[in-house]
Design a binder for this molecule. Structure first.
Ligand code: UD1
Length: 421
């Protein structure tokens, strides 16, 4: 895997443009399965997770073309209904084909995604929802096989407002006979984007963005064009970079409402933030204020920003507390941040952070996507140089990162390593 060599303590200034949202693009790509024809999605980021989802669609027989952030997905030759284990293992979000495949083909088989670096990540809520729609689900030898002669609308109550389960159930229910109601649905902006695509295709979905989503099933969906929403987590990461480097960054291509929990917390840290249309300007100088942060489902503070905030609070004045309520094992960045001089104690799902005046460059390693982002930010703010290993994790969620940050004045280099021991 590649590494970054980063010289810290550069004040970052200028404009940075957020790419399309990875977590919106993945379900939109899966939703293309529902239409017979060519779906065109604009604004898709060129990331390894996106390319992997493209491979999953190709393995089902779809034709996928991806150029200049435009993706064309032609589903007319879709013939397969199983996804091979190797592809599934590359990315757990490939489980998003469950809903659309059962709606289109009446059958689908995927290997059960395993846990990952941040938690065990079960699929029980996805399966529970599909069962309510009349799907038969068998789990054997590490595979999930789902079959249905006919999908029938039903009442689904999610025990947890799971983003992926809400999306999978929406994509199955959109072609079911009758009405489906999903209660305690996730409310993330990516779910609203999926609703917008499904409705353009001819679906009848209402309520995304609230806890109750109502879907009137339709017989057929048509292929359409759609533009993905901007990535709120990428935008939030740039906003934290501005504060940690005492910089002045204008983040372009943002929906300010989507980053409102991040803006609120950065203001509490002392940042000066203004928004203008689809841009957010973040300035900071002087001390960073300590605070308490608790991750929650949207519109609460996003778990995908927790590692980056933890990095920020390592250099705050005073003691901060971060509680992670969504994933049970999302503190792996802490051991690496300690190597950079951070003072953090972990008590179960809570991290207690005693701010230090500065971080020191060190040799550190990304363990997952957002942990990698946190270390990247820490390196930008640290004294002297940092070698950040395994940056391919960061590539899963950040497009052209080194190019974008060099334009802001960051000093960094990517060292490409072809072989891995
Ligand atoms: C999505 C995001 C991910 C983000 C997460 C939470 C994508 C591709 N990924 O992941 O970046 O961190 O939302 O905002 O959109 N759970 C169950 N049973 C289930 C499903 C989930 O117990 O059947 C639990 C999970 O273990 C976790 C919580 O619910 O503790 C939230 O997970 P979920 O919202 O499903 O996350 P993902 O959709 O996998």
């Amino acid at each position: 895997m590649d590494r970054y060599v980063i010289t810290g303590k550069q004040k970052l200034e200028g404009h940075i443009k957020t790419s399309g949202a990875k977590n919106a693009s993945l379900p939109l790509m899966a939703a293309a399965i529902l239409a017979d024809g060519i779906t065109v999605i604009q604004g898709i980021p060129n990331l390894s997770d996106i390319r992997n989802m493209g491979e999953v669609l190709k393995s089902l027989g779809c034709q996928v073309e991806f150029k200049n952030s435009e993706m064309m997905i032609d589903t007319t030759s879709l013939v397969e209904w199983t996804v091979n284990e190797e592809l599934m293992r590359k990315m757990r979000a490939s489980n998003l084909i469950l809903g659309p495949m059962i709606a289109r083909e009446g059958k689908v088989k995927i290997s059960r995604p395993g846990g990952c670096a941040i938690g065990s990540r079960p699929m029980d809520q996805h399966i529970k929802g599909l069962l309510e729609l009349g799907v038969r689900v068998e789990e054997k030898h590490g595979y999930i096989e789902a079959r249905a002669d006919k999908l029938i609308g039903g009442e689904v109550y999610l025990d947890i407002p799971s983003v992926g389960a809400t999306e999978n159930i929406m994509m199955a229910a959109v072609k079911a006979e009758g009405i489906t109601v999903i209660r305690n649905a996730a409310r993330e902006p990516e779910i609203v984007d999926l609703q917008n695509l499904l409705n353009k295709m001819g679906g009848k979905v209402r309520g995304a963005g609230t806890h109750v989503i109502r879907i009137d099933g339709v017989k057929k969906l048509k292929s359409v064009e759609h533009t993905v929403i901007p990535d709120r987590i990428e935008a939030g990461t740039h906003m934290v970079a501005a504060v940690m480097t005492g910089g002045d960054i204008v983040v372009d291509n943002v929906i300010p409402e989507h980053v409102s929990p991040i803006i609120a917390k950065l203001r509490q840290a002392g940042a000066d933030i203004t928004s203008n249309g689809d841009s957010v300007r973040v300035r900071h100088s002087g001390k960073i204020k300590a605070m308490e942060v608790k991750t929650l489902a949207y519109p609460g503070f996003p778990t995908d920003m927790q590692p980056q905030f933890l990095a920020l609070l390592t250099i705050a004045e005073g003691t901060s507390i971060i509680t992670e309520t969504i994933f049970e094992n999302r503190f792996q960045h802490i051991a690496e941040l300690r190597r950079m001089g951070a003072k953090v104690i972990i008590e179960g799902r809570t991290a207690i952070i005693c701010g230090v005046s500065t971080l020191e460059g060190a040799f550190v390693e990304a363990t997952d996507l957002r942990a990698g982002a946190a270390l990247f930010l820490a390196a930008l703010a640290a004294e002297e140089g940092t070698v950040l290993e395994r940056v391919n994790y960061i590539d899963r969620g950040y497009e052209n990162l080194e190019h974008k940050y060099r334009a802001l004045g960051a000093k960094l280099q990517r060292v490409v390593r072809t072989s891995e021991k």
